[in-house]
Design a protein around this ligand. Structure first.
Ligand SMILES: [Zn+2]
Length: 343
């Protein structure tokens, strides 16, 4: 008899069975847990042409934020149902590649902790220090003790297996593409669903801030009733050791001529808490909608965004390759809109 470890893991393994005819499935690492280790799965679909535009989805970096994984698994179920008959999806997949890493931190999810089984917060674990996080902002990452949340791990140590696995996947499948987007799903901060582009460690403008604004304009125009607050992460939440900031610098070192933009989709859990205040007393309730109807609404809510981002990757030349004047104009607008300076 197979032991089902936790709901999301069992769901992922059963989806993988159904995806086998359409996707490449890989175990990229094993995450050590207290009693056993867990495979970390990566699913790839679409064009196998070298350096094809790629969109990567990541979730479950923080073990308590299960809703992010559930949203991605629900998206994968939709894709499985569409694959046998949807010509449009097949023609999209001729032009781009999808990469999914739905449970980055399985041991944390199993043991119901934010961190992995070594007590390390994976999203604080990259070798990158912030110039804006003060010592008393412990949530921005610290090296005091693994018994406090937001622990970065010891200085100079290699990254944790799970963090390294995520970085390896991005380096292998996203950075070699001429255009790639990453979407990393989290939950628990704020009332509204937020879409953040880099940086988390500094208030300096992200080098592709003009493209980030152009993408925002396209989202606002095509879907004027969308729910997202879209801005640089540093406005809301600053931290040390952010994997995406680190990966952006890796991109600059390896292939600066390519376009890579990581986005964090932070699902605003405070609205769920307002509707069910009793869940403030449960560690999962702070980060996840606990009622079924609210969960289903959350699954539906983000399909529009995923569809938009797919279109944006397919038609990337319309917003990534800007002429010089437009680029400068958008850059100035972006600094003004988000209150940043480039000094
Ligand atoms: Zn998180």
């Amino acid at each position: 008899m197979k032991i089902i470890d936790f709901e999301e893991f069992a769901q992922l393994e059963s989806l993988i069975e159904k995806l086998k005819p359409y996707a490449d499935i890989e175990v990229v690492a094993h995450a050590p847990g207290k009693e056993k280790s867990y495979p970390i799965y990566v699913i790839r679909m679409g064009s196998s042409t070298k350096n094809v535009p790629t969109i990567g989805y990541f979730s479950g970096v923080h073990g308590l934020e299960r809703i992010g994984s559930k949203v991605l698994l629900s998206y994968l179920s939709t894709i499985i149902e569409l694959m046998p008959w949807d010509h449009m999806l097949h023609s999209i997949l001729k032009h781009i590649q999808f990469v999914f890493m739905p449970i980055v931190n399985p041991a944390g999810m199993y043991q119901q902790t934010r961190s992995n089984s070594n007590g390390i917060d994976l999203m604080r674990n990259a070798p990158i220090d912030s110039d804006i996080v003060r010592w008393y902002h412990v949530w921005g990452g610290h090296r005091v003790s693994k018994y406090l949340p937001w622990y970065r791990g010891k200085a100079g140590k290699p990254m944790e297996i799970e963090a390294q696995a995520l970085c390896d996947v991005v380096k292998k499948y996203l950075l070699p593409s001429k255009v790639s987007l990453a979407v990393d799903l989290h939950s628990g901060f704020g009332k509204q669903d937020q879409l953040w582009f880099p940086y988390a460690h500094t208030r300096k403008p992200f080098p592709y801030i003009a493209q980030a604004l152009e993408l925002k304009k396209k989202l606002d125009q095509a879907y004027p009733f969308h729910v997202y607050r879209y801005e640089p992460q540093s406005i809301r939440y600053q931290s040390h050791g952010d994997l995406w900031d680190y990966l952006f610098y890796e991109h600059e070192k390896r292939a600066p001529e390519h376009f890579f933009m990581p986005l964090t989709l932070e699902l605003g859990s405070w609205a769920w808490l307002k509707k069910s205040p009793k869940h403030i007393f449960s560690s999962l309730g702070i980060f996840n909608p606990m009622e079924e109807h609210r969960r289903q609404r959350t699954f539906r809510r983000h399909l529009v965004l995923f569809d938009f981002l797919t279109r944006a990757v397919v038609s990337h030349e319309k917003w990534v390759n800007l002429d010089k004047n437009k680029q400068q104009d958008l850059y100035r607008q972006a600094l003004q809109l988000w209150g940043l300076t480039d000094e």
